[in-house]
Ligand binder design. Structure first.
Ligand SMILES: [Zn+2]
Length: 239
């Protein structure tokens, strides 16, 4: 959230804080990548919103860092700082919010920058079930056409959040989407909790879904280059 706020508000202090935070995050991961080079392959992924007005600049900014892939996380609608930019996980009966969530998420997937979509069922629509099915079928169908796997999110499962949402995954099963498991670990104990992870694997199997064992990473730098040639070569991130 700080990323986009700092970009929009043109705040030097926050931009420096952001740069420092991203640099620290990636320095730690780079260190781990080198330390365990002989044992495991460490890929660095970065969960990123798709905010249309900021996406090209944000992508260019992040591409200066050694990021292997991006994960789309659509936590907010619009560009977050705008009026009406609601949190996707807030319960709502408003079909317009659900529709905006689907359209913005699909636009993000269509950018080609993201390797997969995190918690696609984050949008907490509690209104008409048929509307939910219709909209989420659009999302799932687009994801399939775009070759974008959908993530069953372990954090949501572990903390009993509104996702994973069984109604959503029934649609994904019908559409035939590729599925991945994402730990989304906010603390080390989440990585160690193999018992709950086993329960989630059983839950996924009960939905008739089989997570991918391997995934092809999309290089965000390639997408940045495409956007660069399409939109020009501005140099600043804060204008
Ligand atoms: Zn997220």
């Amino acid at each position: 959230m700080l990323i986009f706020w700092s970009l929009v508000r043109n705040s030097v202090v926050l931009a420096v804080y952001l740069l420092f935070s991203v640099a620290c995050f990636l320095t730690v991961h780079e260190h781990l990548r080198r330390e365990y080079a002989g044992d495991i392959t460490v890929k660095i992924g970065f969960e990123l919103e798709y905010y249309p007005a900021l996406f090209a600049k944000t992508l260019r900014f992040l591409c200066d860092f050694p990021i292997d892939y991006l994960i789309q996380g659509q936590h907010f609608l619009g560009n977050e700082y705008e009026a009406g930019a609601v949190y996707s996980g807030r319960p709502t009966e408003d079909a317009a919010v659900l529709q905006r969530y689907v359209e913005q998420t699909v636009a993000g997937m269509a950018s080609g920058a993201y390797t997969y979509l995190a918690h696609p069922d984050l949008c907490n629509f509690v209104g008409d079930r048929e509307i939910y099915r219709e909209q989420m079928r659009r999302l799932c169908t687009s994801a399939k056409q775009l070759g974008c796997p959908l993530e069953v999110n372990f954090l949501g499962f572990m903390q009993h959040r509104c996702y994973p949402n069984q109604a959503f995954w029934q649609i994904a099963k019908e559409v035939g989407n590729d599925v991945v498991i994402g730990l989304d670990a906010h603390s080390p104990d989440a990585v160690l909790d193999q018992t709950t992870l086993g329960e989630m694997r059983a839950w996924i199997a009960a939905q008739g879904l089989t997570p991918l064992s391997e995934i092809s990473l999309r290089d965000p730098h390639e997408c940045a280059c495409r956007m660069e040639s399409a939109y020009g070569t501005e140099k600043t991130i804060s204008d």
